[in-house]
Design a protein around this ligand. Structure first.
Ligand SMILES: O=C(O)CCC(=O)C(=O)O
Ligand SMILES: [Fe+2]
Length: 295
C-alpha cells in the first residue's frame, strides 16, 4: 500500500508516534527511541542551573529551587494574561541555547525529533524558531486558573489548515508530575484548528506525567500549558521550537547565529538547512538579477 509517511519515519520506526501526533496532536518519545542518553539530560540540567545562577544572581538547586526570593520588576506573565489572569510568575526562560553549547545544537538536529516535526510541518519547509529552556520552581499561581492553555501557532490568522504552521519539542530534564508542574494539554485539540475555548479547555486538560529523558512532541495547534508547581524544587525543560518557513521565527537565527559554531554539531548540513542559512528570504540587499543597458 502507498503511504504518505516519509522514509525517515519508516526507517526510524516512528509510526506509532506519528499516529499519536495525528490523533492526539502530541507524542511522548522515550530515550530508547530518540537515542539521547539520559546522562546527557543531567549534563544539560547542570549547565542550565549554572547559567540561571549567572543570569539571576543566586544559586538554583533542583531539590530546593532558587536560593533567594526573586524580583521580576515587571511581573507580567504572558500566558496567564492571555486569559485575563494576573499573578506572581515562578519561571523564566533561558534563551538562545543553540549558540551557548554544542549539546543544545545536537538536540536541535536530533533525527527522531526532526523527522516527527517534519512530518507535521513539511519535509523541506521546516526551520528553527527558537531554542529555550523553561526554568520553573514552586509557585501556586503558575500560569493561572486556565493553566496558560494556548496554541503555539496563535499569531497566525485563522483559518488554519491541518498542516502544522509551527511544531514544538519539549525535552524533559526533570521528572514531570502533575504537582511538580507537568505540561498540560487537551488530546485531539489540534483537530479543532482554532484557539482554546474556556472553561472547556481547562476541564479537558490532562497532565503529561513522564520521567526525565522523554521528549514531548506536539503540533502548533495543540492546546497546551502547564500545571503550577506545588511542591519544592524545580522543573526544567528545553523547548526546541520549529516553524514552517513562511512563519516568522522567534529568534533571528538566520540573521545572527554565529556561523562558525555550525560545524560543531552532530549534523552540520541539517543544522544549516533548519537554521535557514540557505534561504533566499529575507534578503538583505538586491538579490534578483539586474539587466545592463547595452552600450
Ligand atoms: O511547560 C510549559 O510551561 C509550557 C511550554 C510551552 O508552552 C511551549 O514550549 O510552547
Ligand atoms: Fe507553548
Amino acid at each position: 500500500m502507498k503511504s504518505r509517511l516519509s522514509s525517515e519515519i519508516r526507517d526510524l520506526g516512528l509510526e506509532q508516534y506519528v499516529l499519536a501526533l495525528e490523533v492526539d496532536g502530541l507524542a511522548v518519545v522515550p530515550p530508547e527511541v530518540h537515542g539521547v542518553p539520559v546522562a546527557r539530560f543531567d549534563e544539560m540540567a547542570a549547565w542550565l542551573l549554572n547559567r540561571a545562577e549567572e543570569m539571576v544572581g543566586c544559586r538554583f538547586d533542583l531539590e530546593t529551587g532558587p536560593a533567594a526570593e526573586l524580583d521580576f520588576g515587571d511581573p507580567s506573565n504572558v500566558l496567564a494574561e492571555m486569559s485575563g489572569d494576573r499573578g506572581v510568575p515562578s519561571q523564566f526562560l533561558i534563551q538562545q541555547l543553540a549558540r551557548h553549547h554544542r549539546m543544545f545544537r545536537d538536540l536541535a538536529v536530533n533525527p527522531v525529533a526532526v523527522a516527527l516535526i517534519r512530518h507535521m510541518i513539511g519535509r523541506t519547509a521546516t526551520r528553527f524558531s527558537s531554542h529555550n529552556s523553561f526554568v520553573k520552581w514552586q509557585g501556586e499561581f503558575g500560569y493561572g486558573k486556565n493553566l496558560g492553555l494556548h496554541c503555539d501557532q496563535t499569531a497566525v490568522p485563522l483559518p488554519w489548515g491541518r498542516n502544522a504552521l509551527t511544531a514544538n519539542t519539549n525535552w524533559v530534564l526533570t521528572d514531570y508530575t502533575r504537582d511538580g508542574g507537568a505540561f498540560a494539554y487537551v488530546p485531539g485539540s489540534h483537530r479543532r484548528m482554532t484557539q482554546p475555548t474556556f472553561p472547556e479547555a481547562t476541564r479537558l486538560a490532562q497532565p503529561i506525567e513522564t520521567p526525565k529523558g522523554s521528549v514531548i512532541v506536539f503540533h502548533g495547534a495543540t492546546w497546551h500549558g502547564a500545571y503550577p508547581r506545588l511542591v519544592p524544587g524545580m522543573r526544567l525543560s528545553v523547548a526546541n521550537y520549529y516553524r514552517h518557513y513562511m512563519v516568522l521565527p522567534q529568534e533571528d537565527i538566520k540573521g545572527s547565529f554565529p556561523r562558525e559554531l555550525v560545524d560543531d554539531c552532530d549534523d552540520p548540513s541539517a543544522f544549516r538547512v533548519l537554521a535557514g542559512f540557505e534561504d533566499i528570504f529575507p534578503y538583505r540587499s538586491q538579490n534578483e538579477k539586474v539587466p545592463r543597458a547595452r552600450v
